[in-house]
Design a protein around this ligand. Sequence first.
Ligand code: SF4
Length: 390
Amino acid sequence: MISGNLRKIQKLTNPISIDMPEGTYAAYKKDFQSGRITVGNVCSADCFFCSQKWNPAGVIKDLKRFLTMEEVKHFTNLYLGRVTLIGGAFHTNSGEFFLHPDAAEILELLAAKNKLPSNTQIFTNGMDLTLEHIKVIKKLKLNLCLSLNTASITAREKIMGSGYGKHKNAVDSIYALDKYDVNYRVWIVPLRKSINNGDLASTIRYLKKSKVKLISLHSPGYTKYTPSVIAKELAITDKELFDFILLMKQKYNVNVDFDRYSLAAKFKNIFQMLYNLSKNGKHLNKKSKLFLCSETAKDILPLVLMKKGFHNYKIKVVKSKVFGGNIDCAGLLLVKDYISAVKEFLRIKQNGKPDVIILPSVSFDINGEDLSMTPVREIEDRCKIKLILA
Ligand code: SF4
């Protein structure tokens, strides 16, 4: 017997029947529409910092199995324009792409349909990479992002769970990537412990011998649901990372960088947003405006607004109340967070009621929905103020 939800999906999406809840189906549909390919959230690793362990249930959809080849074809044919990234997604929890039994076939399929641009980045933990995969990656001129974390197999077992053989495969895959001249970068989550005990520095030194194009230190987000002992391991400040990177560059002359919202990228995004806004809405200066921005943008937005000659505005920083933790970028803010920020703002009498609210469009997908698939218009409906997405 099939549930009403499943029946609805089958009706909408025949010829094949997709056996997954309606919300999960909608999440895959959205991710394929935005070019992000994930084939299910089965993973060979069990990283202690994996955000998927601690995310509030239901906000990001879980499939708990791989998509079948038939389902991959279904989402590809119906919704995929061009691939932008493989192995990561917005609306669905992602697993390890190369653990999928048909990973190589999926890449060939996407290429055959002309949906896979060369240089597309594939994220992997390297534990299930085979020579066949590497040859296909090379043939299709794709880029690999190897989530290595450490070059020490014993340290890797502690950080990422799973067994010795899998980690040996991940570390050894560096030789194969070099041999086949694959374009790859290495991703490392900097941990308090691995900085203090020298493991991070020795991993970077180890990579100096390889042909890796870039070593990216990536501090993952953690939420208020993440146990404090884990959050403490991850809570490394931008300043600490900058200093560490500088030291590594001086010592080993390696191309190492950090992957978390660079200042230049922030400026560029906010300038672009205001440029679009001033182009499309000259009438805006007469209106009183409330700019809603993320914690990440809060130091930059006032400078850019001033430089661009905006006036008659106020700024309200929107905190991530749903996720909490160190989540401070606009991409992870939800409609609920925006509504509570506007309510807080309006509670202060002297603020007055603005004519328009301007908020970052990056929080919403092409259908105007946030990560939890709540439509942005709910903010307008609840706050009764005109919204502009910038
Ligand atoms: S490899 Fe990625 S998805 Fe898998 S457990 Fe680690 S962080 Fe999570």
